[in-house]
Design a protein around this ligand. Structure first.
Ligand code: NI
Length: 138
């Protein structure tokens, strides 16, 4: 392989160190990219906003704390309770609203360019960052 096609690999990222680089809630940082997907870290507390991703599933892993995700499904509303270590996937097309009373640190896995407030959403409150993710360290 010639030098022009070789790229330096990003270094390893310790998730605990990455979490120490930001405090802003509901404002994810991109810690890795896998093919066309982002691995994002986010800190949350309180309510997010009802929203839907029409074309993609959304993966949640609770690294610390606890998270509830309210879902609107065919049979009505339900809430899934995720403790530390739990993983959950919100299917595409499902309206959802994350909520954490005690606060949580989350790992998210979703296609690059996915907005935190989806393709459709209720009015976005001021404490929610409508973003496709920020670079780590920004
Ligand atoms: Ni979502």
């Amino acid at each position: 392989m010639s030098n022009d096609t070789m790229k330096n690999s990003p270094g390893p990222v310790l998730l605990s160190d990455a979490l120490d680089t930001f405090e802003t809630l509901w404002s994810p940082r991109i810690v890795a990219r896998v093919n066309e997907y982002d691995v994002r870290l986010t800190k949350v507390r309180g309510e997010h906003v009802w929203h839907v991703h029409e074309d993609t599933d959304e993966f949640f892993q609770v690294l610390d704390g606890a998270l509830d995700i309210h879902l609107r499904e065919a049979d009505g509303e339900r809430t899934v309770a995720l403790d530390r270590g739990a993983v959950f996937v919100v299917p595409r097309g499902t309206w959802h609203k994350p909520h954490s009373a005690e606060g949580a640190s989350l790992l998210l896995f979703e296609p690059s360019g996915t907005s935190t407030v989806g393709d459709r959403h209720d009015e976005v409150p001021g404490h929610v960052d409508a973003t496709t993710g920020h670079e780590l360290g920004s």
